[in-house]
Design a protein around this ligand. Structure first.
Ligand code: ADP
Ligand code: MG
Length: 399
C-alpha cells in the first residue's frame, strides 16, 4: 500500500526526522489559508498523487509550457493561482503512464533554500534478507538514470535486522554522501531515524529524493515515497487509515474486498484461475496460442459462488475482454461445487462473452455434467492446452 507525500512526512516527523513545515489542502481556500501558518515568504505547492516525477510532469488541461506539479510560490496570491491550476486537473508524469492522475489534494510547504540534493532510500532486500540502504550524492533526479549512466555514484549498505542499525551504518551513509563536520553527524542521525521508522512501520520501501542540505547547513527530507508490506498492515490501523482508494485502480480495489488477487493487463482474454502459479501458466499458454491475457486473477483456495461471481464482475468491468477462460484445479475445492458457482455466477452477470472452462481434480465428471446441463453456452475443455486453443479460437471468431 502506498501513501501520499504529506502523510509519509507526518509519520517520519514522529521519529524526529527533519522535514520542512507543510499543510495539506483539499481546496483552493485551504491552500491559501495554509500560507498564514507557514513562515514564508517562499512556499512550494505540491500535487499529491501516488507517483513521482511531479516536478517535471505536465497537466493535460493546461498549455504545454505550463509548469508541473511542484511549484515555487512567492506569495499567497501565487499559491491561490497554482492551486486553481492544479486541483481537479490531470497530472502526467513518467510514473503515471499516459492516462495521468487527477490531483485532488495539495501540500503547501515551506520553500527551502537548497545547497545540495542527495538520494537515500530503503527497501527490503529479499536476496540478502536484509534492509538495503541505497544512497547517492546525485539526488533530485531520476535515480534509474543515475544507476544506468553512473552506477559508481550509488552506494548500497545492508543492515541485518537481527542486530539493527549500528553506528557504522550511519558513518557509511555519511561517507557515501561525502559529508563532513556537522552535516556528517546529521546524516548519521537521520539515516538511523529513517531506518527506525522503516522497521517500526513495516515499510517495504522508503525513498527520500531529495534529501537536501540547506544553505544554513541542515539536512531535511524534501520528498518522500513510502509503501507498506500489506501482510503487516493489520498491525498498523493508523497507517491503514491513510489508504486513498481514489489513487488505486478501481477494479483492483474491488478485488481486494473479496480477497482476490487481480491485476489488469492489456489483452482481451479474461482469466479466472486458482493459484498464482497456475494463473501464470494460463497467461503463458494464452500467449503461446497467439492471444493476450486481459488480467491476472487468482481466486485462491476457497473459491465459492460469491467469490466466483465477484471475479466474473471484475473481469467484465474491462471493456477489452472478449472472452473468459476459467482454469480451476479442484483439490481442496471440489469440481462440482466450483461448477455450480460458475453456472450461478454466469447467470447472475448475464454473461455475454464466450466462456471456456477447464476443470480438473476431485469430482471432475460431476463438475463437467453440471456445466453441460446448465443450458449456458459454456465450452468445456479437457486440459490446459485444449482450453487455451478453444478460447483463442472463440475470441478471434468474435473479432
Ligand atoms: P517529484 O520528485 O515528484 O518531482 P519533489 O518533491 O522531489 O517531487 O520536487 C521536485 C523538486 O522540487 C525537488 O528536487 C526540489 O528541487 C524542488 N522542491 C521540492 N520541494 C521543495 C521545497 N519545499 N523547497 C524548495 N524546493 C523544493
Ligand atoms: Mg522527488
Amino acid at each position: 500500500m502506498n501513501i501520499h507525500e504529506y502523510q509519509a512526512k507526518e509519520l517520519l516527523a514522529k521519529f524526529g526526522v527533519g522535514i520542512p513545515a507543510g499543510i495539506p489542502a483539499l481546496t483552493v481556500e485551504e491552500a491559501v489559508a495554509a500560507t498564514s501558518q507557514l513562515p514564508g515568504p517562499l512556499y512550494v505547492v505540491k500535487a499529491q498523487i501516488h507517483a513521482g516525477g511531479r516536478g517535471k510532469g505536465k497537466f493535460k488541461e493546461l498549455p504545454a509550457d505550463a509548469k508541473g506539479g511542484v511549484r515555487l510560490a512567492k506569495s499567497a496570491a501565487d499559491v491561490e493561482a497554482f492551486a486553481k491550476e492544479m486541483l481537479g486537473n490531470t497530472l502526467v508524469t513518467v510514473q503515471t503512464g499516459e492516462a495521468g492522475k487527477q490531483v485532488n489534494r495539495l501540500y503547501v510547504t515551506d520553500g527551502v533554500d537548497i545547497a545540495r540534493e542527495y538520494y537515500l532510500s530503503m527497501v527490503v532486500d529479499r536476496a540478502s534478507s536484509r534492509v538495503a540502504l541505497i544512497v547517492s550524492t546525485e539526488g533530485g533526479m531520476d535515480i534509474e538514470e543515475v544507476a544506468h549512466a553512473t552506477p559508481e555514484k550509488i552506494t548500497t549498505i545492508t543492515v541485518d535486522t537481527a542486530t539493527g542499525f549500528q553506528p557504522h551504518h550511519g558513518r557509511a551513509v555519511a561517507f557515501a554522501l561525502k559529508l563532513s563536520g556537522d552535516l556528517n553527524k546529521q546524516a548519521q542521525k537521520i539515516s538511523k531515524q529513517l531506518y527506525e521508522a522503516f522497521v517500526a512501520l513495516d515499510c517495504d520501501m522508503l525513498e527520500i529524493n531529495p534529501l537536501v542540505e540547506t544553505k544554513d547547513g541542515k539536512l531535511l527530507v524534501l520528498d518522500t515515497k513510502m509503501s507498506f508490506d500489506s501482510n503487516a498492515l493489520y498491525r498498523h490501523p493508523d497507517v491503514q487509515a491513510l489508504r486513498d482508494e481514489t489513487e488505486e485502480d478501481p477494479a483492483e480495489v474491488e478485488a481486494s474486498k473479496y480477497d482476490l488477487a487481480y491485476i489488469k493487463l492489456d489483452g482481451d482474454i479474461g482469466c479466472m484461475v486458482n493459484g498464482a502459479g497456475l494463473a501464470m501458466a494460463t497467461m503463458d499458454i494464452i500467449k503461446l496460442n497467439g492471444s493476450f491475457p486481459a488480467n491476472f486473477l487468482d481466486v485462491g483456495g476457497g473459491a465459492n459462488k460469491e467469490k466466483v461471481t465477484a471475479a466474473f464482475k471484475i473481469i467484465l468491468r474491462d471493456p477489452n475482454v472478449k472472452g473468459i477462460l476459467v482454469n480451476i484445479f479442484g483439490g481442496i475445492m471440489k469440481c462440482d461445487i466450483i461448477a455450480e458457482g460458475i453456472v450461478a455466477a454466469a447467470k447472475e452477470v448475464n454473461l455475454s462473452v464466450p466462456l471456456v472452462v477447464r476443470l480438473e481434480g476431485t469430482n471432475v465428471q460431476q463438475g463437467k455434467d453440471i456445466l453441460a446441463n446448465s443450458g449456458l453456452p459454456i465450452v468445456a475443455a479437457n486440459d490446459l492446452g485444449d482450453a487455451a486453443k478453444k478460447i483463442v479460437a472463440q475470441v478471434q471468431q468474435v473479432a
